[in-house]
Design a protein around this ligand. Structure first.
Ligand SMILES: *Cc1c(COP(=O)(O)O)cnc(C)c1O
Length: 386
């Protein structure tokens, strides 16, 4: 059998959620972001590890329905809001709360008021504080809020940072000021019970004074770093995903011989080359530069289980990825591995505590972020939950 597998560590997810919970005030609630199929992990595998969250955040109603179908009873929030009047009605039916960021959505909310005891009587009202992506302007927020409150809605004022990953970026202080000024104004002029939510993962870490009533962690729950210059390991986050495959062929390559498409890699000395059953068709990025590496463990893939002492004690070898990444295969340099054997386990990304590359390290080699690599793993690898 071709081995390409994604192992999901549910305990790591719970650990990371607890890292969030321990950072925030007791009154602050957690909206755990599970959009894009839980950042590529598979939402059905992740919901069990997120039971302590107060609500789950998704990008669209289809994602919300999936969560309801999994039996999640607590809050669900559509973080882009609804896309039509009909979807507004359906979201009320499914008891999903919505962000309202645009006049159309205000209109739909006014035309179809949920029952007094429905969670949908609370609206997440989006303010543009400077990211200039979504939301009402500070000049119009009071009028919009007043219309909604007069109609019977409760509000959570919300906004999103553009540069929370870089704490000293000047836009952060600006956005915080615009947000707190608007909040003060709304509480004075519209409703003094209006709640607030500003922070994503990076904001939770960098701006503890801005936790307000709800935080919205995403990437840190999955054990990838939200920050530019601090690793997930330093933040004591544990990777949820281990991406692995196995050695399927081994060859000796003479000095001067090319390897793979485009003959991009040319051996400058005789090497032992391994072919691994993973490629961009599984979600391994084609664009990695020469710094990408994998961990080779002299054991079959089946032997890996997070808690087996054998797996932890096993020696492992750091092997560079060589040549172009293909759809189904990559080549690695096995020269340093004693007696390499077909079937040995290869980890593409996983736990740096087990001498495996972190997803953030490979993202760096691919000139992108852990976010993108996690979201882009395909349905082809088999998923195993431990
Ligand atoms: C995705 C998202 C988050 C989570 O962001 P992370 O950087 O992954 O923590 C928070 N809020 C909104 C509005 C989002 O779209």
């Amino acid at each position: 059998m071709r081995h390409a597998s994604i192992t999901l560590n549910s305990a790591a997810l719970t650990h990371n959620l607890n890292r969030v919970i321990n950072k925030i005030p007791e009154k602050t609630q957690v909206l755990a972001m599970v959009k894009a199929d839980a950042y590529g992990h598979g939402v059905r595998h992740c919901v069990p590890g997120l039971q302590q969250a107060d609500a789950l955040g998704v990008a669209c109603f289809d994602e919300a329905k999936q969560i309801r179908d999994l039996g999640w009873q607590k809050g669900v929030v559509l973080i882009e809001g609804v896309f039509s009047q009909q979807e507004w009605a359906e979201s009320i039916e499914a008891k999903c709360q919505s962000i309202v960021h645009h006049q159309n959505q205000v209109q739909w909310a006014l035309e179809n008021l949920p029952a007094a005891d429905s969670p949908c009587r609370t609206i997440w009202l989006k303010l543009n504080t400077g990211m200039n992506r979504l939301g009402f302007e500070p000049e119009e927020i009071v009028a919009v809020a007043k219309t909604l409150v007069d109609a019977g809605y409760s509000l959570i004022l919300t906004s999103h940072f553009a540069n929370a990953d870089r704490p000293d970026h000047p836009s952060n202080a600006n956005q915080i000021k615009v947000f707190t000024d608007a909040l003060t104004q709304l509480r004075e002029q519209v409703d003094d019970h209006i709640k607030a939510s500003l922070c994503n993962s990076a904001g939770i870490i960098n701006f503890p004074e801005c936790h307000f009533d709800w935080v919205r962690p995403g990437i840190m729950l999955y054990g990838s770093t939200p920050l530019e210059s601090i690793s997930a390991q330093e933040l004591q986050l544990k990777p949820v995903m281990t991406f692995s495959a196995s050695l399927m062929a081994i060859h000796n390559i003479a000095a001067g011989a090319p390897v793979g498409y485009g003959s991009r890699f040319v051996a400058n000395r005789p090497i032992v080359k391994g072919i691994v059953s993973i490629g961009y068709g599984d979600g391994y990025p084609r664009v990695v530069d020469g710094s990408a590496w994998v961990t080779v463990k002299p054991q079959p893939i089946e032997a890996d289980s997070d808690n087996s002492t054998a797996a932890k004690a096993a020696v492992s070898y750091k092997c560079p990825v060589i040549g172009r990444v293909a759809m189904d295969m990559i080549a690695i340099d096995l020269t340093e591995v004693p007696n390499p054997t077909v079937g040995y386990q290869v980890t593409l990304w996983g736990d740096p505590d087990k001498s495996e590359p972190s997803v953030d390290e490979i993202a760096n080699s691919a000139h992108t972020l852990g976010y993108e690599l996690l979201c882009r793993v395909t349905q082809r690898p088999t998923r195993v939950v431990i």
